[in-house]
Write a protein that binds this ligand. Sequence first.
Ligand SMILES: [Fe+2]
Length: 333
Amino acid sequence: MKLLLIFTNLFIFIAQGYSKEELNLYSARQEVLMRPLIKLFEDKFKIRVNIVSAKANQLINRIVQEGEYTNADILLTTDVGRLHIAKEKNIFQKIDNAILTNLVPSNYRDKDNYWFGVSLRARLLVYNKNSINESDLNGYIDLANDKWKNKVLVRSSSNVYNQSLISAMIMNYGEDAVKNFLKVFISNFARKPSGGDRDQIRAVAAGEGDLALVNSYYFLKMKSQDNEKKLDHVIEYFPKDNFMKTHINISGAGIIKNSKNKENAIKFLEFLVSNEAQKIYAEVNFEYPIRKNIELNIFMKKYNNFIKDDINLSDLAKLNKKSMMLMDIAGWQ
Ligand SMILES: [Fe+2]
């Protein structure tokens, strides 16, 4: 009986076409979003990928606690703020790999090569076109203009997306300008910050406010599914002025210091930035490729015609604590 079981397992093993090669991916991204890519990777490289899904901070703490006994090979998460925390907690290893450093632009990877961006997202404005003219919109710092009194929607300052935006603004406009901005910006809120980015978009659609700061992929996904045309009057604006263009953040990954499958982990990162994977990763997640010249579908192309702020995200991540402090002092809940 036992022998039969062994043979059955062996058969399943061979039938699936996998060798013993595997990779343990600790992912803060939804598993459904990663599935198409992982299937492609498994088929191509004959490496089985096991996914552990949880929130980024939970995964980071778990890897810290597991220490040298961890199974984790890769941590995949969103926002440079979180990748920076993982690096600070010393769970990543330095990867000097020519493919990765050639394909990932230098402003979207760690200066010491501990993490690499794999996709881009913009923090943009969505607005009610029945109450605002596009010509009235400008850069981020103009959101402190009196004309937006009681019109602006944004989630709480405890969210890393807002913290990273404020860090980017400090780099572009300077700390004093951002301090002044924050005071007035907060007095322009249409309501006390509540909910996530999607809730701000719904609030614009419902007329609770006229414009909202949100991440691009939430808006693009909602637009693509808007069969009842409830969002027809809600459109996007990519903030820009002489000092700062549209804020860009990343989803990215690093290889765990105590990885037992380092070679496979490197193959996976190389795969994620390949032409084939970049297109799928961007389109499935409604994000932008990390690399230029990746041909996107018509829907994504329509929303990819804007100037990206090109500051270095390694530098941005270091400003996180300062940004949190400034937002707190200003009273952004
Ligand atoms: Fe998100």
